[in-house]
Design a binder for this molecule. Structure first.
Ligand code: ADP
Ligand code: MG
Length: 327
């Protein structure tokens, strides 16, 4: 089973940022209000993710590191997936290639427990001390798979990948507080916001992308057939030399899709030179059967049933908002 888990780990956990993504998604699924991430040595020697979510009982702790022991599988089918995780693969995969320790205290319980898995070898749960919530610690990532270890880049590069992952998750969850630090300093700090999702969204988007975004963004709200689009687009005057700050979220998940850049280019073509790119973040909601987000476990690619419809909606909604604003 360790071998199966190591193979799965190669698929799911390709670098520290991928492990962090899985852990933070678990923290979000657990209803956390604050999530703190620490990386040492670019994540190679140490990663921790601490949350104040629902926590796990001692039974839950023992279960969560077993393969396919997700608490999130919908009973009927795999199509209607509400939570971020659903495969029950992340923790066993990490446990197969690293030294994994999970410390948790369930909401309403007095007792905290810790469990350890090292290179696939499971240790019994031990009583521990912990605030309500969960701390997952990963030491010596890929020590059990040296081939994979060789692919790790400089610490700075690994940290910036993790930062990118966290920023995207933070934009999709503007009420939740996030922090990322390494051994020396805080790299990212986004405080929790209270209020309605739509009220706090612009604030969070601006703290991630650029302060000026808050004053230079137009709200988007459009529907077409089964599609619902919301978010904010920057005025043409606020632009960059690359498309780094163009974000798309599908059913609350950050995704990377080339469709977005093309659609944005189409919408702004009358206002911006080809080499200039506006800042924007769009949130698309659609029935889960109209999109495949399950293309690859480690990637955030999507495949739309009707890409032309999605593109048309994005172009139309952006053009409309720009025209309303006098462009
Ligand atoms: P999945 O997220 O696909 O269910 P994981 O391997 O990522 O699979 O996690 C396994 C299980 O462990 C989850 O279903 C959840 O019950 C539990 N779990 C993991 N992380 C946390 C956390 N931070 N807080 C509470 N429960 C957690
Ligand atoms: Mg998960």
């Amino acid at each position: 089973d360790t071998l199966v888990n190591q193979i799965a780990a190669g698929e799911v956990i390709e670098r520290p940022a991928a492990a962090i993504k899985e852990l933070v998604e678990n923290s979000l699924d657990a209803g956390s209000r604050n999530i703190d991430v620490v990386m040492r040595d670019g994540g190679r020697s140490y990663i921790s993710v601490t949350d104040d979510g629902c926590g796990m009982s001692v039974e839950g702790l023992s279960l969560c590191i077993e393969r396919h022991a997700t608490s999130k599988l919908p009973s009927d089918d795999l199509v209607h997936i509400e939570t971020l995780g659903f495969r029950g693969e992340a923790l066993p995969s990490i446990g197969a290639v690293a030294r994994l320790q999970i410390t948790s205290r369930e909401t309403g319980s007095e007792d905290a427990w810790a469990i350890k898995v090292e290179g696939g070898v499971l240790h019994d749960p031990q009583p521990a001390a912990c605030n309500a919530g969960t701390r997952v610690e990963i030491r010596d990532l890929f020590f059990a798979t040296p081939a994979r270890l060789k692919f790790l880049k400089a610490a700075r590069t690994e940290v910036s990948h993790a930062e990118d992952v966290l920023k995207r998750l933070a934009m999709a969850h503007p009420q939740v507080g996030f922090s990322l630090s390494d051994e020396k300093r805080t790299i990212l700090r986004l405080p929790a916001n209270s209020g309605d999702l739509f009220e706090v969204r612009l604030k969070r988007l601006s703290s991630v992308m650029a302060r000026e975004f808050e004053e230079n963004a137009l709200p988007i709200s459009a529907e077409r057939e089964y599609l619902k689009l919301s978010g904010y687009i920057g005025l043409p005057t606020l632009n960059r030399g690359n498309a780094q700050h163009q974000y798309l979220f599908v059913n609350g998940r950050p995704v990377k899709d080339r469709l977005l850049q093309g659609a944005v280019r189409g919408a702004y073509q009358d206002f911006l030179a080809r080499d200039r790119h506006p800042l924007l973040a769009l949130f698309l909601e659609l029935p889960s059967e109209m999109v495949d987000v399950n293309v690859h476990p480690a990637k955030t690619e999507v495949r739309f049933r009707d890409a032309a419809l999605v593109r048309g909606l994005i172009v139309g909604a952006c053009k409309h908002a720009l025209a309303e604003a006098g462009h």
